[in-house]
Design a protein around this ligand. Sequence first.
Ligand SMILES: [Zn+2]
Length: 398
Amino acid sequence: MNKINSELHISINTRENLNHITLLYGEPDYPLPEGISNLDIIKENLTEKEYDEYCSSFFPPHTKISNELKRKIELLNMPKELHYYTLGELSNCHFFIKDHLSFYRTGTNLVDFLNTDFSNFDEYFVWFTKFFTSYIKYFEETDIKKLKLDKSYSYNQIETLAKKYYEIIKKEARKVQKIYIEFVEYIFNINNIEQLKKMNNNMRFYIYYTSHFKTLKQYICDFHINGAFNYQIVPNDFNETDEKKLVQFFTEGTHFADVFADISVTSSNVYTILYITLFEFIEENNYIIKKCKNCGKYFITGNPKVNYCNNLFKGTQTCKDIGNQIAQRIKQENDKVYGKYRKIYSKKAMLVKRNPDIEIYKNDYENWKKEAKKFMDDIRNEKKSYDEFDKWLESNKK
Ligand SMILES: [Zn+2]
């Protein structure tokens, strides 16, 4: 039962636990000296500052480590655990075909798909290695025959395979990506369409799904529900069916015993799996997908006011850092315009005070005050900008 073929399925359940046959990268058979762990080797070879940066990536907010540091760690002489291949890794390890289970926050794989630039071979290669079983349908028989579970393949072998089918996979991926981007942007009203503001995500999902079903159909309907709708328990190794024992388990058992609803779905089509995760994501309604105003990538957040993602953008700066700098600069510029407004205001008031008999000064002052107030209101309601206000102030100084 170690044959690989196009009938292979990916299965996913409500919490985006992904179970599939995939390519993992690393070195499983290279033992460490006794009493030494990978962490020991890392600690010994990094500076204190680098080690702190490395450790902080394991705790919230999980800041990503710099590429420079990532590369330094990769070059250390220690076994590399099996993992999904990531961008920029060295080609000195092997790929293994493995039956693998991974856990994600719902929507993670969908957002990765939306952000993958398939015209860039390296980015495509990351996606290809993770979901290659979904693309076996394109492989020639001679290539399929070489694929066996738990067997290792050199980096070059997998790269050659990825290159051979690059054009056809890229073409399909970009086509689906275009549709899913449109779908996601519609659901979260990323383009701020006035008409759509009055609706919630479920309504917008329904509208897009229903009105675009003909296009979506070929990608989203190819799935199978495993068993019926059911409840599962945690920890899941308790297989008792006797009522009394079950009651005992939940009342006197371990503290983390819990029951949760579970639907598990399988498909051989990765795009169907992504559609299902989008559905779950909307159904859970805990997070939203936004588009970063700096780098243009999609990201998951619980806060609708956040406009910038947490990814590294330049050196050690994240998009969020850059966003804060932009906000700071805008605030300073606005303060400058507001200062100008206060200055003209007091100048005009003084003119009226010193010349109580000149009617025209008084009228001009009243009109100016009225118009300036309207400008300030419009700025508050985001109908006008400080920039426009500045221009108006300049032409109505006298
Ligand atoms: Zn960003």
